[in-house]
Design a protein around this ligand. Structure first.
Ligand code: URP
Ligand code: ZN
Ligand code: ZN
Length: 460
């Protein structure tokens, strides 16, 4: 398909200019003023609109057996939801349990993604490390997966031991693979949960006190120590607070190669949502927890200064009815996660750009370019330039709307942002030159998404 996007204001992480973009055979082939439309071209008038590179969500869960249940979405629902918001690439956590073999898990996760409407890849979860696992991880990296995932939380489930962490980081260093990590001290959480439950504190409002900021900061410090000793490149997922950021900053000054992700719920919600009465707070239980609102100005400042590289979602959808309710009498049994793969860009644009926290270039950098660079996709993804995949988002800044569970494409029975007003909308979304979404509607083809193979890049 040939596509000509005319007169849009093209915004990349570094540039801002008006031009036309010609897309042929899935890639951008020309950028310039007044391009002529080839005879077979579909022409889109983008005058008065932005043209962004397709957004990349570097942290989602779609197939996820977790806390006695399964995350609710499938690739059919989640990829459509991502696309209407302008996200054209998903990086999903492939999360085998200790007893599962990495290669078998990788095959299973790939099979779940076959009908994706957007492009995707995986961070390979490491939940056990022995000789057999190591051989399989090497094979998975050979097959185009350039990042690992470790959990320092979820004791007895997904979490690794210190010896396993050391070996995983050592292998990652050797292979040039970056290690993404959930940083919370699992033993402290275990002790605090037991203490709170023994005191009869069972509601969702006790989730945050069971994993306070110190617990997250301790987890980050732990990871930094291991990264310093192994030389591995590490990426702290879903970072929620100043104390954790300070640990990364201090480690960076010691020479540790560390990057930081935050997620849209921390920028827009706070712990009072998890304190809502009648168990409604369960909708807002995720880990690390939503924090005191005092953390938010720090997160925005860290994004602006680029201490935080990326804004992801950590999309982890569990219905309120039947799933979140599993923890009605015990907050430790509430499946952790907030669905938001459909809301990241509209919320980051509204609350980041329109409220003056982020300029347009930083917005693109945080929501697309940095993820592409860190995870071996750049410049195929993450920018608008000749030769890049024609993943483009024509964005209408004049649109006004409201978020509602009634109209969302995520397969979930609530929205954490119900009734919130949004400014701007992805008006046209293309994946490798094919229009997959228009004006908040999915108009494309399931199965158009491709698994992206990625080369290790983190060697020095
Ligand atoms: O609460 C969360 N974050 N749920 C998903 C699993 C994880 O820790 O990323
Ligand atoms: Zn996590
Ligand atoms: Zn996650």
């Amino acid at each position: 398909m040939t596509l000509l996007i005319k007169n849009g204001r093209i915004i990349t992480a570094s540039d801002d200019y008006v031009a036309d973009i010609l897309c042929e055979a899935e890639v951008v082939t020309r950028i310039g003023p007044h391009l002529d439309a080839p005879a077979d071209a579909q022409v889109i008038d983008a005058a008065g609109k932005y043209v962004f590179p397709g957004f990349i969500d570097p942290h989602v869960h779609i197939y996820l057996p977790f806390m006695g249940t399964y995350a609710k979405d499938t690739y059919e629902t989640a990829s459509r939801a991502a696309l209407v918001d302008g996200t054209t690439t998903l990086l999903e956590m492939c999360c085998p349990t200790r007893s599962e073999e990495p290669l078998a898990a990788f095959e299973l996760w790939k099979s779940k993604a076959a009908k994706s409407a957007c492009d995707y890849s995986f961070h390979m979860g490491v939940s056990r490390f022995d000789a057999e696992c190591e051989a399989q991880l090497r094979e998975i990296v050979n097959q185009g997966i350039a990042s690992f995932k470790v959990f320092l939380a979820y004791k007895g489930a997904l979490g690794v031991t210190d010896e396993e962490l050391f070996k995983t980081l050592s292998l990652a260093k050797e292979l040039g693979v970056i290690v993404t990590a959930h940083c919370e001290n699992e033993n402290l959480i275990d002790a605090l949960q037991k203490q709170l439950l023994a005191e009869g504190k069972t509601g969702p409002e006790w989730h945050e006190p069971s994993r306070p900021t110190q617990v997250e900061a301790e987890g980050v410090h732990h990871l930094m120590t291991f990264a310093e000793l192994t030389g591995a490149h590490v990426y702290c997922v879903h970072t929620s607070c100043r104390q954790a950021l300070e640990k990364v900053q201090a480690a960076r000054l010691r020479g540790v190669r560390a990057w930081v992700e935050t997620v849209i719920p921390y920028l827009t919600l706070d712990k009072t949502y998890a304190e809502r009465p009648n168990f409604e707070g369960a909708k807002y239980v995720m880990s690390p927890p939503l924090r005191d609102a005092v953390e938010q100005p720090t997160l925005w400042a860290a994004l602006r200064s680029r201490l935080i590289s990326t804004v992801a979602t950590d999309h982890a959808p569990f219905d309120f009815a039947g799933q979140k309710e599993m923890g009605r009498d015990d907050f430790t049994k509430i499946p952790n996660g907030i669905p938001s793969v459909e809301n990241r860009i509209q919320l980051l644009y509204t609350h980041g750009v329109c409220r003056g926290h982020l300029d347009l270039n930083t917005f693109v950098d945080a929501a697309s370019t940095q993820a592409a660079k860190l995870f071996g996709l750049y410049p195929r993804k993450g920018t608008v330039q000749v030769g890049s995949d024609a993943d483009l988002v024509v964005y209408d800044p004049d649109y006004r709307g409201k978020i509602s569970a009634q109209t969302q494409l995520m397969d979930i029975d609530y929205s954490a942002f119900e009734g919130w007003e949004i400014e701007g909308q992805a008006s046209v979304v293309t994946v490798r030159g094919k229009i997959q979404a228009r004006e908040g509607q999915f108009v494309g083809e399931l199965g158009h998404g491709q698994m992206l193979t990625r080369e290790p890049t983190h060697f020095n």
